[in-house]
Design a protein around this ligand. Structure first.
Ligand code: SF4
Length: 476
């Protein structure tokens, strides 16, 4: 996959994903685990709903005064010796990071997991400019050496089975002296750790994302389970944090509130293994730590959402619960969505970041079953936001003329109930007349989108309304 969105190929991407046995096996193996772990963790936290409401309110309050909190964060960061850089869009952010790296003549930069760097296409940009980015999160490392993109926001290599990873490591690590093909998960992890340890020591700079920007202290915080973020940010001489404007929270207390819903929702843990705060570069008496601490704060279209009917999407803390519970994501995986954020959050966020024209299939790739909203710890009304995007799609006349015509006809009929009943009863009778003995149609010319992938049940003679009325009369 390239950094350019392929979201408008969603239908083709999804068809390929459904026919990919390896992907289906990977999705089956792993998804169930995340769902049941979340369920168990929430059982252990009876006050989950109350904390979730508090977490939602914290973010909503921040958005009322976003500039105030961002400026407060900047002031505090400077007080502790750090530098804040403001980036309006992806190009700004990439150029700022490149200039910082050039200023120390950096050749290798280790990276903790950051979706924002995927969003701006940072790796490709750095490579073009002679700097080697090295992913250190295990999942990110796997997809990087495979030449792929992450397919899940907390489990980037979710689309791969253990056997796939074993083959990949064998191929890539053999020239480095790791000749034996490892089969167990623990041996594969140990091998990756051994390879990556050397890279940490070679790196001139380390880049991490931030789960939080804490306004009261000027600290950035990351939440990890592998400790890779800590090595990335503390060993090289420069630490760069790349985060977006929506990550700011007022206080450390707010961080702890949101963490209590983030960890159970993401991995089913009560608390992640590492929650690391960075406040400025190393002090004079510190034995270790970076000499320079830079925070690049990116907008990239997010401030346009403030005050709109899509603002709620900015509350997202990237826990991944919505995609774990989404039947569409569960069937096709993350790559089908064609851009950085897959699943329901992608369907709600990507149109804001890359435009509805390039992503209009995504808000339609939903059954509106509502599970995403139900499990979202930040109470984001994802289906409602997808509906807003569908409206935009309609207003911009993006759907094909034939689709719009059918929908207009449908609208006309539902607004005229008598006519609707007459037309639907004629339609049902015609279908009944042609109904095959097997009880379903395998091919219907006007509904080929449906019948090309599944059978269409044949009506049983009368419309639902007529049957209901008959039953109602019998009960009198
Ligand atoms: S939308 Fe909600 S459930 Fe989905 S990743 Fe964001 S916070 Fe988690």
């Amino acid at each position: 996959m390239t950094v350019n969105p392929t979201s408008n190929n969603f239908k083709e991407n999804a068809k390929k994903a459904l026919a990919d046995d390896n992907l289906q096996a990977a999705l089956n193996n792993l998804k169930g685990g995340l769902i049941s772990k979340r369920k168990e963790a929430i059982k252990r936290l009876p006050e989950f709903d109350a904390i979730s409401t508090r977490a939602k309110n914290i973010k909503d309050e921040v958005f009322l005064d976003l500039d105030f909190y961002l400026e407060k964060f900047e002031k505090k960061t400077i007080e502790y010796g750090g530098v804040v850089h403001w980036a309006e869009d992806a190009n700004d952010a990439k150029n700022i990071i490149l200039e910082l790296l050039k200023s120390i003549n950096a050749k290798i930069m280790t990276k903790g997991k950051t979706l924002i760097s995927e969003e701006i296409g940072l790796n490709e940009f750095l490579e073009e400019n002679g700097i080697e980015p090295v992913e250190t999160d295990l999942g990110e490392y796997i997809v990087q050496i495979a030449g792929e993109k992450p397919s899940h926001i907390i489990a980037p290599a979710l689309h791969k089975t253990k056997e796939n990873v074993a083959d990949l490591f064998h191929e890539i690590h053999s020239p480095l002296g790791y000749k034996e093909r490892q089969n167990s998960a623990s041996a594969l992890v140990a091998e990756a750790r051994s390879v990556l340890r050397k890279r940490y020591l070679e790196a001139d700079a380390g880049l991490t994302g931030a789960n939080f920007l804490v306004a009261e202290t000027g600290s950035t915080a990351i939440v990890t389970n592998e400790g890779n973020g800590d090595l990335t940010q503390s060993l090289p001489k420069m630490h760069i944090v790349l985060a977006t404007i929506d990550k700011v929270v007022p206080t450390l207390e707010d961080v702890s509130t949101i963490l209590r819903v983030l960890n159970p929702s993401a991995t089913g843990q009560d608390m992640a293994t590492y929650v690391t705060f960075s406040t400025g570069p190393k002090r004079r008496d510190d034995n270790a730590g970076p000499d320079q601490f830079h925070v690049v704060i990116l907008d990239n279209g997010r401030s346009d959402l403030i005050g709109t009917d899509k603002q709620d999407v900015l509350r997202c803390i990237r826990c991944g619960a919505c995609m774990n519970h989404c039947p569409v994501y569960g069937a096709v995986g993350g790559h089908a969505y064609g851009w950085v954020y897959p699943g329901p959050i992608g369907a709600a966020l990507n149109p804001a970041l890359i435009g509805i024209e390039k992503s209009h299939h995504l808000p339609n790739a939903s059954t509106f079953c509502g599970r995403c909203e139900e499990v979202c710890p930040m109470q984001i009304p994802l289906p409602k936001i997808m509906r807003h995007w569908r409206n935009e799609e309609w207003k911009k006349k993006i759907p094909k003329y034939s689709v719009r015509l059918v929908l207009k006809l449908w609208l006309f009929l539902v607004l005229n109930p008598v006519l609707y009943r007459i037309v639907s009863s004629i339609f049902v009778r015609i279908l009944s007349f042609f109904s095959p003995q097997k009880g379903y149609f395998s091919n219907l010319p006007f509904a080929s989108g449906w019948t090309s992938v599944r059978d269409f049940p044949a009506p049983e003679g009368k419309s639902f309304l007529s049957q209901w009325e008959e039953e109602h009369d019998d009960n009198k």
